[in-house]
Design a protein around this ligand. Structure first.
Ligand code: ATP
Length: 284
């Protein structure tokens, strides 16, 4: 039996714009995405001699073939046309679910990366991303990692220069939003504020942390206006020194960017009693 291990890093959206609704019913997106240090640990045993098995220690997450990590392993072995004699996947979850942090996609991407390495890199990063797109729309970005511009449904990726190191606090309130409902709401409201994606690309290129923080923008925030927690967390982050704060993806996690790890720790301490799922993190 062989045991493989890989970190599954969460993502945040520095900008997120929802563009036109397409003929297939999906919306085109434009988002600058960033990998962060908050992560799950994924372990895989190969050749267990037993049926496929997966565990992840979270009651709300399916521990069977519906799990995105399982789907990723299935897709990988189907693609290479052979499979080991049994596989067990263990996921040690830290990334909150229904947070907009791509927790499930991160696990799937970790499985694809580690299996590709184990098999002596039969697939290029681009091929692995394409395989990941079949598992979920955030999986390609999680395979690529770093800083990237995502377009289309999120699968058209342009790798960017890595963002400068940013100290973050990520806070997940108990509320959860259904992504399709957020898209419906966005279709019915006039979007008043959109991200300036080009300015964000320039700020990233010049490594200007203050400017990056000032340009954080997610149009989904306009679909969740009225949820007390989102506003309260943003206010707390800003009151505790954040240079900027915004909801990530379709929420409900909110993050702030801080000038130092110490500032981030203080802001984290201020939120963690009310919101136990609060994490200090940084860009990776
Ligand atoms: P996104 O940012 O991609 O919208 P999210 O942060 O909202 O993701 P996830 O943690 O990816 O949410 O979970 C979304 C759903 O996927 C959950 O309902 C969960 O049951 C399911 N799921 C399947 N596999 C996993 C996994 N390995 N980890 C977490 N959730 C998983």
């Amino acid at each position: 039996m062989i045991t493989l291990a890989e970190k599954a890093y969460a993502k945040i959206n520095l900008t997120l714009d929802v563009l036109a609704k397409r003929e297939d019913g999906y919306h085109d997106l434009r988002s600058v995405m960033q990998t962060v240090s908050l992560c799950d640990d994924v372990e895989i045993d190969l050749d267990t001699g037993k049926p496929w098995k997966i565990s992840c220690g979270a009651a709300s997450i399916p521990c069977d073939e519906r799990n995105l990590a399982w789907k990723a392993a299935r897709a990988f072995f189907d693609r290479i046309g052979k499979e080991p004699d049994g596989i067990e996947i263990r996921i040690f979850k830290r990334i909150p679910s229904e947070a907009g942090l791509a927790g499930g996609s991160a696990d799937a991407a970790a499985v694809l990366r580690v299996l590709n390495r184990w098999a002596n890199d039969p697939f290029s990063v681009g091929e692995l991303c394409a395989l990941g797109a079949k598992v979920g729309s955030d999986v390609p970005f999680c395979v690529l990692g770093g800083t990237a511009l995502a377009e289309g449904r999120g699968e058209k990726l342009s790798k960017l220069l890595d963002a400068p190191e940013l100290h973050l606090v990520i806070c997940k309130p108990p509320v959860a939003f259904a992504t399709p409902e957020l898209f419906r709401r966005l279709d019915s409201v006039e979007i008043k504020e959109r991200p300036d994606t080009e300015a964000m690309l320039r700020a990233l290129h010049s490594g200007d942390r203050k400017r990056i923080a000032g340009l954080l923008c997610n149009v989904f925030e306009q679909a969740v206006a009225g949820y007390r927690e989102i506003d309260a967390i943003k206010k707390s982050l800003l009151a505790n020194g954040a240079l900027g704060a915004v909801m990530t993806g379709s929420g409900s996690a909110v993050y702030g960017i801080f000038r130092s790890a110490d500032c981030a720790k203080a802001a984290c301490d201020a939120l963690i009693t009310e919101y136990p799922q609060t994490f200090a993190a940084k860009t990776v």
